[in-house]
Design a protein around this ligand. Structure first.
Ligand SMILES: NC(=O)c1ccc[n+]([C@@H]2O[C@H](COP(=O)([O-])OP(=O)(O)OC[C@H]3O[C@@H](n4cnc5c(N)ncnc54)[C@H](O)[C@@H]3O)[C@@H](O)[C@H]2O)c1
Length: 248
């Protein structure tokens, strides 16, 4: 469970733990991962924290080694770490045409390479055991586009595409891979923007259900996709977005 030290990831970790999963709580910030792991174990669940950077392949390898040392193997991978990486500013501050290649890494590394790294390292064990669930948290920005999130949107669209291709590559091994495309969820990262009443009011005009999301709104589908009930669902991207966009 990557990026599980706060927000959506922490809530997915809680849901999985409540259903009996042993959870590896990963975050770039060790203290965040530890706090969530302590919360879960204090409630009687099984969890271990691992501080690692999903954009660094060797670091992700260390995360999987820790998972295997504690729990034997990994059945479910939730690629959740995202946004602009640990720097946590999600909005591009200048128009895309004024950015340069050096500006793009912070979005590409976590939102695209982070998913590549973790998915690549989860698969050998899943293929060997003929079972696996891969759930990638993406964004409606990657489905419908956002003018101030050009690089982020591209990275999230890429993550959806690679998840879909992985689904085709490993379906014969009873491994499913799906994406969940979120619109605005209230988390520590989005709070500074959406706490502004005028901004919030303007945003709400675009939501069919006239409220922004909470982490619990996002976490329910992740839990379902990890369950046996979802064993014939793969290669899909599901918007969870209060009606910000619809799928046909
Ligand atoms: N909150 C939203 O409105 C929203 C909307 C659409 C998509 N999403 C996506 O949902 C996911 C969760 O969003 P959130 O708002 O809960 O995020 P958040 O920023 O509140 O929490 C993400 C956590 O991931 C960790 N993280 C960041 N980079 C990392 C890295 N390289 N390695 C390991 N951990 C790292 C951060 O330290 C943080 O604790 C992200 O992928 C985000 O892009 C969020």
């Amino acid at each position: 469970m990557t990026g599980a030290g706060q927000g959506v990831g922490a809530q997915i970790a809680r849901n999985l733990a409540n259903c009996g999963a042993a959870v590896v709580v990963n975050d770039f910030y060790g203290e965040r991962a530890k706090a969530v792991a302590v919360e879960l174990t204090s409630a009687g669940a099984t969890a271990v924290d691992v501080a690692s950077d999903v954009s660094d392949y060797n670091d992700v390898q260390r995360m999987f080694t820790t998972a295997e040392e504690h729990f034997g193997h990994v059945d479910i991978l939730v690629n959740n770490a995202g946004n602009a990486g640990p720097s946590e500013s999600i909005v591009e501050t200048v128009p895309f045409w004024e950015t340069s290649p050096g500006d793009w890494d912070r979005w590409m590394k976590v939102n695209y390479y982070g998913v590549l790294n973790s998915t690549r390292l989860a698969l050998p064990g899943m293929v060997e055991r003929r079972f696996g669930r891969i759930i990638t948290i993406v964004s409606d920005a990657g489905r419908v586009g956002e003018p101030n999130f050009v690089v982020y949107s591209g990275a999230k669209a890429g993550a959806m595409g690679l998840t879909r291709s992985v689904a085709k590559a490993v379906g014969r091994y009873q491994i499913t891979a799906n994406s969940i495309a979120l619109a605005t969820i209230e988390t520590p990262t989005t709070a500074p923007v959406i706490q502004n009443e005028a901004v919030r009011k303007e945003m709400l005009k675009h939501y069919t259900i006239r409220r922004l999301g909470q982490p619990a709104d996002a976490a329910g589908l992740a839990l379902f996709l990890a369950s046996d009930a979802a064993s014939w669902i793969t290669g899909q991207t599901y918007p969870v977005n209060g009606g910000y966009s619809f799928s046909l």
